[in-house]
Write a protein that binds this ligand. Structure first.
Ligand code: IDP
Ligand code: MG
Length: 168
């Protein structure tokens, strides 16, 4: 077994249902460590890149609206990077099947997910499903300085005329 990283996202339905504490408690049973965590307002660009592999599906547009928070009028998600032995499978086992109707009731999705009348799977959490996906997703959602470890090779760039917000 190898040490792996995996991206976990508490989706807007998980936040609306106040499930953050419950989800983190369940994930803690996997004995992994958290190496990154933040609340994110999901842009359309981020949503479309994250779900790029599903862009030809009939539910794609609704899925984008779901992860952006449009369906729940809750425009944020909470993202975590977990690390440890066999992290991807351990987290997926706790999270459960993609379709909440098929998911084992003891899993997070089985307990708290639902299918909307228009057919999108509201399944509370995202979890990476392979090492390749995990790397792609972690690089998409986190910058190197937001993680407590250097997970992937980095390079230094010198930026000129950077405009950013600082505390007034
Ligand atoms: P995963 O989240 O279990 O890895 P993916 O196939 O990567 O599943 O799909 C991403 C998300 O798209 C799912 O979590 C779910 O919200 C939604 N989704 C996937 N397949 C379907 C479907 O057949 N109908 C409706 N929504 C779906
Ligand atoms: Mg997936």
């Amino acid at each position: 077994m190898a040490v792996e990283q995996t991206l976990v996202i508490i989706k807007p339905d998980g936040l609306v249902k106040s499930l953050t504490g419950n989800i983190l408690t369940r994930l803690s049973e996997a004995k992994l460590i958290i190496v990154g965590a933040k609340a994110v307002r999901v842009s359309r660009e981020l949503a479309e890149k994250h779900y790029e592999h599903l862009k030809d599906k009939p539910f794609f547009e609704e899925l984008i609206q779901y992860i952006m928070g449009e369906l729940h009028k809750t425009y944020r998600v909470v993202a975590f990077v977990y690390e440890g032995e066999d992290a991807i499978k351990k987290v997926r086992d706790i999270v459960g099947d993609t379709n909440p109707e098929n998911a084992n009731p003891v899993t997070i999705r089985g307990a708290y997910g639902r299918i909307t009348t228009s057919g999108v799977f509201e399944n509370v959490v995202h979890a990476s499903s392979s090492p390749e996906d995990a790397e792609k997703e972690i690089k998409l959602w986190f910058e190197p300085h937001e993680l407590v470890e250097v997970l992937y090779p980095v390079k230094e760039v010198t930026l000129e005329k950077v405009t950013k917000k600082v505390w007034a």
